[in-house]
Each structure stands twice: as structure tokens, then as C-alpha cells.
Design a protein. Structure first.
Length: 297
């Protein structure tokens, strides 16, 4: 099982560079593609236009108050078929692999969905002392995750949790986690609640424990495609299905985690140009990838 995962891993980002514009459609994606000034100006113009056509505050409040219901509907429709398994995790976050030793280790994935990170981790850490905790505020997602034939409660504990709530009441103790994994999850939360959430991460991580973060960056293609009336506030939107998404800068993430007491290990922008060779389309993706460590005092 581990061997098959190793074969399917993509290379760490930043390895394929577009040096000649004539070659753009020779591959499906290019790394570290810098924008020119005209692109930056156009992106800023689009985002400013979004803010001028914000959705009514009453509608935004409903979406935020019932966020779990919209994600429940999402998973009722798509089940386990929407997202692909994230076998790239072990390339970008080798800290997960380093947990495979004789000492018991504990991972928490927040916003686990139906297990697209959980099951690759369990397969990769088979026959080890790694235990994976995973939570989502969609009860449908947790139900689908547990119905997977690979679910084994000896190595995995899945539970419903709204991490924005004042108290979590999780199945693990304070300062007990080695790794907290955050993959496209903080972007789904209300921006004003993120400070509290990151503070909770700090409480439950062991000294020396790591937060591994990957999420949407400012001016990502997904942000620029939003239409009028979908913007809730600056860089914060509702998709057509009612789920929410926020787009980060490096500074946004840095301020959140350093403000909570973490040490910064990594904070980088993954700029990628994906191409549709059939339609001759260029699509610009922007993701933020970070690692933060709880200091050993």
C-alpha cells in the first residue's frame, strides 16, 4: 500500500519552470509563474469590484449561522466523489512520515471531510504507532468517512466538531498532539473567528508540535471567478452552494499564528499556472503553504 502511494506522489512544487512562452501548452502545469504588472492590476480591479457588489448582510448572516448545514448538503450530494485523495501530503509535509517510529504519535486533521487526507495517512503509517484524529463540522462528512471499509477505530477517531465554538470537548487531552493538519479548512471559517481557532490549536499541540497548513491565496483563480453579489466582505465569499471561502495572504497567516505564540518554520506562496491544452486556456492558481511550531519552553 505504501509503495503505491509513493509511486503516485507528485514532485514537490517548484520543479517545472516556464522559460519559453512558446512551451506553455506542452505540459498541464507550470510552477512559480510570476504575474506581470498588468495581471496584478486586473486582479486587484476585479477584487475591488466584488467588494462594491456585496451580498445583503441578512443573507450573509444566514450562511454563516448555518454553515454546517450547507456542508451537510454538499456531502449529501457529492458523497466521497468530489475530492481526490491527497497523496501529495507526504512530499510537501514530510513531518507526517517522520512520525512513523516506536513512540505513539497523534495527528489531528481539522476539516477532514470524507477522509481524502485521512486514508492516505493511515495507509502510509500502517503498522506504526500513529493515531489519526479527524473532525469536521459536517455530520454527513463524518458519517461517510466512518462508512469507508478502511476505517479502523484502533488507528483513527473521527468526530463532529465545530472548531469555532468556545469549547471543543475532543477525545484527546491538552498538549497531546504531534501534528495538526489544516488543508483548505481555515478558508471555510468566518475570518473573525480564526484567532480563537488558532489559539485552540496551540492549547492542544505538544511543545514542539507542528501545524501544517495549505489553503487558498489572494487572487487565486477561484477568487477572481466570483460574480457580483457573492462577496460577504473583503476577500471573503459564498459559493453558489452556500459554502464559504476566504482567500489569504502570507501576512494574514503569519499574523494569526505568530500572534498565538507559534514559531514560523515555513510560509510560502505556491503560484502555479494550470493549462487546458485542448481549450488552450491558462488558469492561475495561488495557494499559501505554511508550517508553524509550538515552541519548547
Amino acid at each position: 500500500m505504501t509503495e503505491s502511494i509513493d509511486k503516485s506522489k507528485r514532485k514537490q512544487f517548484g520543479n517545472r519552470f516556464l522559460e519559453n512562452d512558446d512551451d506553455v501548452f506542452k505540459h498541464n502545469a507550470w510552477d512559480n509563474v510570476e504575474w506581470n504588472e498588468a495581471q496584478e492590476i486586473e486582479a486587484l480591479s476585479q477584487v475591488c469590484a466584488h467588494v462594491k457588489t456585496k451580498m445583503p448582510s441578512e443573507k450573509a448572516a444566514d450562511l454563516e449561522d448555518n454553515a454546517d448545514e450547507y456542508w451537510d448538503k454538499f456531502y449529501s450530494v457529492h458523497q466521497e466523489k468530489f475530492f481526490k485523495n491527497r497523496c501529495w501530503l507526504f512530499t510537501e509535509f514530510p513531518e507526517i512520515t517522520s512520525l512513523k517510529n516506536e513512540k505513539p504519535s497523534f495527528i489531528l486533521e481539522v476539516g477532514c471531510g470524507v477522509g481524502n487526507s485521512v486514508y492516505p495517512i493511515l495507509a502510509h503509517c500502517v503498522d506504526s504507532n500513529v493515531h489519526v484524529y479527524c473532525c469536521d463540522f459536517s455530520s454527513n462528512a463524518i458519517k461517510i468517512l466512518k462508512e469507508n471499509s478502511e476505517y479502523n477505530d484502533e488507528h483513527c477517531t473521527a468526530f463532529v466538531c465545530d472548531v469555532t465554538s468556545d469549547e471543543w470537548n475532543p477525545p484527546f487531552a491538552l498538549e497531546s498532539l504531534d501534528v495538526i493538519l489544516l488543508v483548505f479548512v481555515l478558508s471555510a471559517l468566518q475570518p473573525e473567528k480564526l484567532k480563537h481557532v488558532v489559539g485552540q490549536f496551540y492549547k492542544y499541540l505538544k511543545p514542539g508540535g507542528m501545524v501544517l497548513f495549505r489553503d487558498y491565496g489572494r487572487y487565486d483563480m477561484a477568487q477572481l471567478r466570483f460574480k457580483e453579489g457573492r462577496c460577504i466582505s473583503e476577500n471573503y465569499y459564498s459559493r453558489g452552494d452556500g459554502t464559504l471561502v476566504h482567500f489569504f495572504t502570507q501576512d494574514d497567516v503569519q499574523q494569526l499564528f505568530l500572534g498565538a505564540g507559534f514559531e514560523q518554520v515555513q510560509n510560502i506562496v505556491d503560484r502555479r499556472m494550470q493549462v487546458n491544452r485542448g481549450k488552450q486556456l491558462k488558469m492561475y492558481r495561488v495557494w499559501i503553504q505554511c508550517k508553524y511550531k509550538k515552541p519548547i519552553l
